[in-house]
Write a protein that binds this ligand. Structure first.
Ligand SMILES: [Zn+2]
Length: 95
């Protein structure tokens, strides 16, 4: 038997329970911390773009001068995903 310690990616709480599986068979996890903004997350994701924190990484790379295709290649997401994330971002600094 192997135990894997699972922490919520948002609040870092250990107060999580297994919450079924999604249609592709990946384990879902429910965070039971009442102050947490995230309710569920998965242990592994089919697409890198859904991983918690990847959108912030896209914005950080853009601020450091990485191009759209560069960012996509490094993070393993589509260049169109990178563009969509940057377009959706509110309060983006004006040029
Ligand atoms: Zn949480």
């Amino acid at each position: 038997m192997v135990y894997i310690k699972v922490l919520c990616p948002d609040c870092g709480s250990e107060d999580v329970v297994l919450y079924g599986k999604n249609t592709s068979g990946k384990q879902r996890v429910l965070c039971q911390n009442p102050e947490c903004s995230r309710k569920t997350f998965q242990l592994e994701y089919t697409y890198n773009a859904y991983k918690p924190g990847i959108k912030q990484q896209i914005v950080d790379m853009a601020m450091n001068g990485s191009g759209t295709r560069d960012t996509g290649r490094v993070l393993g997401v589509s260049k169109d995903t990178v563009t969509a994330v940057l377009k959706k971002r509110k309060n983006s600094p004006s040029r």
